[in-house]
Design a protein around this ligand. Structure first.
Ligand SMILES: NC(=O)c1ccc[n+]([C@@H]2O[C@H](COP(=O)([O-])OP(=O)(O)OC[C@H]3O[C@@H](n4cnc5c(N)ncnc54)[C@H](O)[C@@H]3O)[C@@H](O)[C@H]2O)c1
Length: 328
């Protein structure tokens, strides 16, 4: 059966992939995005280019924090619009609260006023902070965030709890663990490092390389979101659920850089820098609950995922000789 879904943040990395996947599965999508200047509009327009040609996709340029949402005919909402990124949230915390907290409150309120019930909310592993024992399980308190971004995502989850208590909503908060793949946000480490190594430029490594992240390949993340949408169809009214979506492996920063360099056939030149304030030392998803609630199991390991990412990068940027990269 064909449904129409509202995807907020549809011009972004995850939102554009999700919109395509939904349409290819026979559904229709209304995509909303305000082209937040966190990264270039051109990049987001490229993310949308294929989508705009697909029948069933409708795009509305709007700000979730202040504009009315196009909820006509919508069956469920996947709320991915946000100011993403930990470090920039230290520069402009107020804007993060606006885009991530006020927008989430307004959106959930609009959904319930429209008589809709199903919401998937894109949360983040950053809510676990530095004080949660690994692997991070959803029943840990997650009350000690260490950046405004993390606090804003936890606030979004708490709003979900409040609204599901007040109204017959079915909301699932997905804690994404560093998602990567084609079109990954240019500010994220894998994309940034690939770009630097490909151009023969030094990579700024913060810390001694021993920090670890759980990386999730985009197709695994999409499988988790689709399963979460199914959860919202079946859940009882007034229910909220929180689920980790991770890649199932802890990858050290120095190993990540080595994997990227190997996939590019280059050497990585590393510049050492101190730890970045606001960055957590470790992320590590406990996926037991995700398996139980969503049947979620990541399929793409880090080596395969990095090879796929680098293939995409080289397709977009062209494969240059090492000498011309260094010159460029
Ligand atoms: N990519 C990751 O590794 C990761 C990890 C954890 C959580 N998340 C969360 O997943 C979601 C998607 O992340 P992404 O990597 O695709 O980021 P992204 O920046 O590529 O996409 C987010 C989109 O939201 C839009 N947006 C921002 N504020 C808006 C507003 N007020 N109104 C309308 N649109 C707005 C932006 O223009 C952008 O296109 C975000 O909520 C992010 O916080 C992502």
């Amino acid at each position: 059966m064909t449904h129409r879904f509202l995807v907020t943040g549809a011009a972004g990395f995850i939102g554009s992939h999700l919109s395509e996947t939904l349409i290819r599965s026979g559904h229709e999508v209304t995509g909303v995005d305000n082209f937040d200047p966190f990264y270039a509009r051109d990049v987001k327009e490229r993310n949308l280019a294929g989508l705009r040609t697909l029948p069933g996709f409708r795009f509305v340029e709007a700000d979730v924090a202040r504009d009315p949402m196009p909820l006509d005919g919508v069956e469920a909402v996947i709320h991915l619009a946000a100011k993403a990124g930990v470090r920039p949230s230290l520069e402009d915390p107020g804007a993060y609260m606006d885009a991530n907290v006020t927008a989430t409150a307004r959106l959930i309120d609009a959904v319930r006023r429209a008589g809709l019930t199903r919401i998937v909310f894109g949360s983040s592993s950053s809510v676990y902070g530095n004080a949660t024992p690994a692997p991070f399980a959803e029943d840990q308190p997650a009350v000690l965030p260490i950046s405004p971004y993390a606090a804003s995502k936890r606030a979004g989850e708490l709003l979900a709890h409040a609204f599901a208590h007040l109204y017959p909503l079915k909301i699932i908060c997905l804690r994404f663990f560093t998602v990567y793949g084609p079109r990954q946000r240019p500010d994220l480490a894998i994309h940034k490092f690939t770009d630097l190594i490909a151009r023969g430029r030094p990579v700024q490594m913060h810390g001694d390389g021993s920090s670890e992240r759980d990386y999730t390949y985009i197709t695994d993340c999409l499988d988790g979101i689709l399963a979460a949408l199914d959860w919202t169809a079946a859940a009882a009214p007034g229910t909220v659920e929180t689920v980790n979506l991770g890649g199932g492996e802890r990858v050290r920063l120095d190993r990540l850089i080595a994997l990227i360099a190997r996939a590019l056939g280059q050497d990585a030149r590393i510049e050492h820098h101190p730890d970045q304030p606001g960055d957590v030392r470790l992320t590590d998803a406990d996926l037991v609950h995700a398996g139980r609630v969503l049947g979620f199991k990541p399929r793409v390991g880090i080596e395969e995922g990095i090879r796929k990412f680098v293939d995409w990068y080289e397709e977009v940027h062209g494969r240059q000789s090492r000498a011309s990269r260094r010159a460029g």
